[in-house]
Ligand binder design. Structure first.
Ligand SMILES: C[S@@+](CC[C@H](N)C(=O)[O-])C[C@H]1O[C@@H](n2cnc3c(N)ncnc32)[C@H](O)[C@@H]1O
Length: 233
């Protein structure tokens, strides 16, 4: 499939600092960021790596991951870091209808936080990934990125072991947190696969349950009481 033309980002974006020193991006004029202002790196590690990747990385080879909302690429970067450190093959399918422009990407301080050439290479790879073929780092971390909204993307059934669901919050994007979207996601997951998300709203958990997922609440990162992890039965 050919790369689709890039859709215009409906939001005005600005780079900001978060409490742990890592950057994130704010939607100007809205109370919404790409990550928690209490620590972007801390949140990504807590919600997606510790409660998601760590649960499955030793069990499946190769491991197939879907991310809804690639954004800054921080979750992908931390996943690449783990894949290489643990010598595990990961196939990462990212969805991002509104890729960040180069100036914002260059401004992000994630590679300087790690000061590791491999992390810098992973960051470049992630932000240059196309949708037709996987790009890879050390034949361990493979990534491709679909520049489409999840609503319009055909997802292969029973493919993924792990889903990072990282859309903007339900107040900003209510259309993303519906039974319909979670049913599409659930169909793309293998039985026993996990979906990890930062959102723990009751309505979101109910939408996940209606989509056939078994939902559990976990303690959240600093500034957030709970997060959600769900398993496909
Ligand atoms: C909370 S931010 C993403 C954070 C990201 N995972 C990161 O680490 O930077 C939400 C992301 O979802 C993307 N998005 C918005 N609408 C979407 C849709 N319909 N389908 C998939 N992704 C969408 C946004 O462009 C944005 O990058």
């Amino acid at each position: 499939m050919a790369q689709l033309p890039v859709m215009e980002n409906p939001w005005k974006l600005e780079l900001i600092n978060t409490s742990d020193g890592s950057h994130t991006i704010r939607l100007a004029g809205a109370d919404e960021q790409y990550h928690s202002i209490n620590g972007a790196l801390q949140e990504s590690l807590h919600v997606f790596i510790n409660a998601g990747l760590d649960e499955v990385i030793d069990d499946f080879q190769p491991l197939h991951i879907l991310e809804v909302g690639l954004g800054t690429g921080l979750n992908a970067l931390l996943t690449a870091q783990n894949s290489i450190k643990k010598n595990k093959v990961v196939y990462y399918d990212a969805i991002e209808p509104f890729p960040l422009d180069n100036e914002l990407i260059k401004g992000l301080n994630y590679t300087t936080l790690f000061n590791d050439t491999l992390i810098s290479q992973a960051f470049d790879l992630i932000h240059h990934a196309g949708n037709e073929q996987y790009s890879n780092l050390q034949h361990l971390f493979y990534i491709r990125c679909f520049q489409q909204r999840i609503q319009e993307l055909h997802l292969q059934s029973e493919k993924y072991h792990l889903v990072y669901f990282d859309a903007f919050g339900p107040d900003t994007q209510p259309e993303m947190w519906t039974e319909e979207i979670f049913t599409r996601i659930s169909s793309s997951m293998k039985p026993g696969a996990i979906v990890a998300t930062y959102c723990a709203k009751g309505a979101v958990r109910r939408a996940m349950k209606s989509a056939g997922l078994k939902v559990e609440k976990l303690p959240g990162p600093p500034g957030k009481r709970e997060i959600t992890r769900a398993v496909k039965m």
